[in-house]
Structure formats: structure tokens, C-alpha cells
Design a protein. Structure first.
Length: 270
């Protein structure tokens, strides 16, 4: 076993890992990383409400049917809400920061497509793609935030700022949309996303690329997250994660890899 150094001169056992000094002070880098992460979070929230006042101009320009107008307004929220959990698992499996940067790029491209959509059908498609990209940004940004702030109190403050920014973005969305319509055409409510996305992608990353947990080795993909499938698959993955580790079960030492673990759902017929 390897012990990790804690602040105050204490050590703790952290398993078979490299010795790592853990600092509970977030420091300037963590707060700057939080500031960088708030940009995409603000955009995702704003685009949920930015069309509330702009929809009249969109209807004049594209002449959508009543059903198409509803889809233009609602498909974004449907995509974001339905895919949050799935993309959270995908980020745990393949890399949260990688998913965050990819989602930001797709979000910017979809925003540009929505701004210049020639008809309501394409606008619905681009709005749906924006929702899919937004669903990658929120869980990935929150996960990276949790990596930046290792102290529970500081993490709670950062999450509070994260949530307040999201709420503020949804509140100011109609205001931003209305102000843009005074000077530009309706597509400007989507183009406003591009400067923030470009700054986010070109600036310094909020966390080291490819990390899942600071100070911890990158885990195997099958052990990095609970899978989205059947509960039996989740249990099997957890058993596989323990394949090389000793466990004490009912006072007897046992190694998981000596005997295959078979999990069958109770409701599945033989």
C-alpha cells in the first residue's frame, strides 16, 4: 500500500498509487478554470430562452407552421434534458475534458447553422443539434469543476456559482435576444454564441487534458463509469473492476478473478 500526504503532516492510504501531495486550497488556477467553464454554461442556459422574444421575427422570415414553431422552441430543451445522464456516463468513460471541448465545437457549429437556416426544418435540425451539444457541456463542465476543487467547502461554493450562472443565463436570454433584434436580424440570437465558443476553444483549458481525477491513474474504460445498460451489466463491470484485488467476504479471503461472476436478472426466464 502507498500512503498519500495530507495537509497538516498526516498521511493516508490511497491504494496502489503514486505518492501525491493533496492540497485543499483551490488556488488561482482553479478559480480561473471555473471562470472559463462558466462561458459554455451561460450559453447553454441562454439558448433555452433566447427565442422567447425572437420567435415572432423567425416566423415572419421562415413562415413555419404551428407545429414547426413549437418544435423550434422546444426541441432544444428536449435534447438537453433527455441526454444529460447519458453524456455524463460517456464523459466518465472516454474523458470529460475531451467531451467538453468537442461539445463546445459542435455547439458553435450548430449555432452558426441555425443563424443561417433557410427554412424551418433545417432550423429545427440545428436547434436539436445544439441541444445534443448542450447536453455534453453541462455534465462535463460540472465534472471538471469537481476535479478542480478538491476541498468540499470550496467545491460547494463553486457549484453554487455554477448553478447561479445557469439560472442567470436562462433569465437574461430573452433580454439578450430582444436587444439583438433591435439592431440585427433574427439569426444574431444564435451568432452571439460564436465569440464565447471561440474564446473557450482557443484559450487555456480549465483542467489538464485527459484527466479523470487529479492525482489518480486513469482507470480502464470499462471501470470508469457505470454503464447505461441493464443493472446486470453494471454489476458485472464492478466485478471486473475488482478482478485483481483481494476482498474480505465473511471473514474469508477471496480473489474475484479466480471464479467467474455470473449475474442474472431475477425476472429473466431460464
Amino acid at each position: 500500500m502507498t500512503r498519500g500526504w495530507l495537509s497538516g503532516g498526516r498521511w493516508r492510504t490511497v491504494g496502489c498509487m503514486n505518492v501525491q501531495r493533496v492540497s485543499h486550497s483551490p488556488g488561482l488556477r482553479a478559480w480561473l478554470g471555473l471562470l472559463v467553464l462558466l462561458g459554455p454554461v451561460l450559453l447553454v442556459a441562454m439558448d433555452g430562452s433566447v427565442l422567447f422574444l425572437a420567435m415572432a421575427k423567425v416566423s415572419e422570415a421562415l413562415s413555419p407552421t404551428a407545429d414547426q414553431a413549437l418544435w423550434i422552441l422546444d426541441v432544444y430543451g428536449f435534447a438537453v434534458g433527455s441526454l444529460l445522464i447519458a453524456f455524463g456516463n460517456i464523459g466518465d468513460r472516454y474523458g470529460r475534458l475531451k467531451l467538453l471541448m468537442t461539445g463546445a465545437a459542435v455547439f458553435g457549429a450548430a449555432s452558426a447553422g441555425a443563424a443561417f437556416a433557410p427554412g424551418p426544418v433545417l432550423l429545427i435540425a440545428f436547434r436539436a443539434l445544439m441541444g445534443v451539444a448542450g447536453a455534453t457541456l453541462l455534465p462535463s463542465a460540472l465534472a471538471v469543476l469537481s476535479e478542480l476543487f478538491t476541498d468540499s467547502r470550496q467545491r460547494a461554493k463553486a457549484i453554487g456559482i455554477f448553478a447561479a450562472t445557469f439560472a442567470a443565463g436562462f433569465a437574461i436570454g430573452p433580454i439578450i435576444g430582444g436587444q439583438l433584434l433591435n439592431s440585427f436580424w433574427w439569426g444574431a440570437v444564435f451568432l452571439i454564441n460564436l465569440p464565447v465558443v471561440v474564446l473557450f476553444l482557443s484559450g487555456p483549458g480549465p483542467a489538464p487534458r485527459g484527466t479523470c481525477h487529479p492525482g489518480r491513474p486513469h482507470r480502464r474504460p470499462e471501470c470508469s463509469a457505470l454503464r447505461c445498460g441493464h443493472p446486470a451489466d453494471r454489476l458485472r463491470d464492478q466485478a471486473r473492476c475488482r478482478g485483481g484485488a483481494d476482498s474480505d467476504l465473511d471473514g474469508h479471503r477471496a480473489r474475484w478473478h479466480r471464479r467467474p461472476v455470473v449475474v442474472r436478472p431475477a425476472a429473466t426466464p431460464p
